[in-house]
Write a protein that binds this ligand. Structure first.
Ligand SMILES: [Zn+2]
Length: 368
């Protein structure tokens, strides 16, 4: 008896009680789908939302790299589609922001998967991002509600709990993915990812990621920054970075709420690290180099910007490939009980229904 199978973000509930409530019809591969019952936030997925921005730069001496992400729109879209509680929105948003920060400036096909497997009520928090600035994610239980922590904030640490943080970097051209495992130190996500970077990738970093949620559950601000010391960084550069991070005196969401843009924030973090001699930035997929005019007082700093978005790549073919992993017997049982096989994408809540013929055809094609 298969109770629940989670594979590649697709869930199949054998009893289909939960899925029976799903009124969403998936778009088929020809694009001939129905929009009946789509969540109101659906149009916010798979497109850039104004205000969401990734900027990155590197110090002229090559010792420090810095990335800043503002992601209020895409975190809000994810929270709306997945109907996350405030604390679940915060955990999911922080993980996605960390993912975007880690994958910024990477090759187009390179992906970064962050997975916090904690013993808290959220169970698992997953974020997958790539070098194009696309990100998606989910939490094991989006309905978790907890009292605020001792500082009166959303208790993300308790919701995530303690356990393992797995970071998987992959690229289609690589023979194997690079997987790093580390212990969750606080469950506050950014602290855990910073600890991973220091321990597993030997990259001392200052990492901040925050999500501000109002009483109605709306995401008011979301963003973060990552300042990394590159190999050979001197004490001087490290000291300047520490001073700059301390001089922020605000959390990422407070900085955004105060009206600062991603470019303003990167200017503060890279203060005194922008000698006049410019280090040319290699522009990657989807990026553009900011002009001097756009940079205001940062004429000596080269900054590349790109546009992150919440993107889900699920599709009928992927569902077919996942469904066959249930095995012939379970699929035949499902068809006998329900007359079809249904699956929901954890990332965008799209619901796919396979007819008996389609499910059997998928099984036969996989020779199972
Ligand atoms: Zn999806």
């Amino acid at each position: 008896m298969v109770g629940f199978v989670g594979l590649y973000g697709l869930s199949l509930d054998r009893r289909l009680k939960r899925l029976a409530r799903c009124s969403i019809r998936a778009e088929d591969e020809d694009g001939n789908g129905s929009d009946d019952g789509l969540p109101a936030a659906w149009p916010m997925l798979n497109r850039h939302i104004p205000g969401d921005l990734t900027v990155r730069t590197i110090a002229a001496n090559g010792e420090v790299s810095c990335r800043v992400v503002t992601a209020t729109g895409l975190v809000n879209a994810a929270a709306s589609v997945q109907k996350t509680s405030p604390v679940a929105s915060a955990a999911l948003g922080r993980a996605m922001i960390c993912g975007l920060l880690l994958s910024a400036g990477k090759k187009e096909g390179e992906t970064v998967q962050l997975e916090l497997r904690g013993d808290g009520p959220l169970k698992t928090t997953v974020a997958i991002s790539n070098g194009r600035g696309e990100v998606r994610g989910y939490v094991g239980d989006p309905s978790v509600v907890l009292p605020p922590n001792s500082e009166g904030h959303l208790d993300v640490g308790k919701a995530v709990g303690r356990g393992i943080l797995a970071v998987v970097r992959n690229h289609p051209m690589w023979k194997n993915p690079y997987t790093g495992l580390t212990t969750i130190v606080s469950g506050e996500v950014a602290e855990d990812v910073a600890s991973y970077l220091a321990d597993s990738e030997q990259t001392p970093s200052a990492l901040g990621a925050g999500v501000l949620v109002d009483k109605k559950g709306e995401v008011m601000a979301a963003g973060g920054f990552l300042v990394s010391m590159l190999p050979g960084a001197t004490e001087d550069s490290t000291r300047i970075v520490e001073e700059n991070v301390q001089s922020l005196k605000m959390t990422p969401t407070e900085l955004i709420r105060s009206g600062m843009s991603a470019t303003d924030i990167i200017g503060k973090l890279m203060k005194d690290l922008d000698p006049l001699e410019l280090r040319p930035l290699r522009i990657l997929w989807g990026e553009r180099l900011l002009t001097e005019e756009a940079l205001n007082g940062l004429k000596t700093l080269q900054v590349a910007e790109s546009y992150p978005k919440y993107y889900c790549s699920c599709g009928r073919e992927r569902v077919r490939r996942t469904v066959v992993l249930l095995g012939r017997k379970d699929i035949e049982d499902l068809i006998a009980e329900q007359g079809h096989v249904e699956a929901t994408c954890e990332f965008c809540k799209r619901c796919y229904r396979l007819s008996p013929e389609e499910a059997i055809e998928a099984l036969n094609a996989a020779a199972l």
